[in-house]
Design a protein around this ligand. Structure first.
Ligand SMILES: [Zn+2]
Length: 129
């Protein structure tokens, strides 16, 4: 089939695009929170995501306040994956700046060894872009 990864992540556990299986993020080191929620359900907060493109900046009022965000797309198949926080207007939300939210149902886990999801408690948040 000759599938080409633009960036291939090294590691045993990672997330990939549900549709084209491009690698997106490491399941351990890149995840800040598994407790994120968005309008369509569970989402994850990542510190670093690869193989994506971002859309134009938009101002969005979320439950946690006004944010400047960019839509995040898979650079291979073009599906929208989530969004990136560019700027948080509320100082309590500053930790999200430069971070990525990927919606759980748009991504797929490839976990070849036990990952303890409870070992890294992250901020619990609800945002509806
Ligand atoms: Zn894709």
């Amino acid at each position: 089939m000759g599938r080409v990864f633009l960036v291939e992540l090294e590691g045993s556990s990672f997330y990939k695009c549900r549709f084209c299986h491009s690698h997106l993020a490491l399941a351990g080191a890149n995840v800040l929170s598994w407790s994120f929620n968005c309008r369509r359900g569970r989402a994850y907060l990542f510190s670093k995501v690869v193989n994506i493109t971002v859309g134009p900046q938009e101002e969005k009022l979320m439950i946690t306040g006004m944010h400047t965000v960019e839509d995040v797309f898979c650079c291979c198949c073009g599906q929208i994956l989530g969004w990136k926080y560019v700027f948080a207007h509320d100082k309590n939300q500053k930790y999200k700046e430069g971070k990525f939210v990927l919606e759980r149902w748009r991504i797929e886990e490839e976990v070849s060894e036990e990952v303890n999801f409870d070992a890294r408690p992250g901020p619990i948040d609800v945002d509806t872009p």
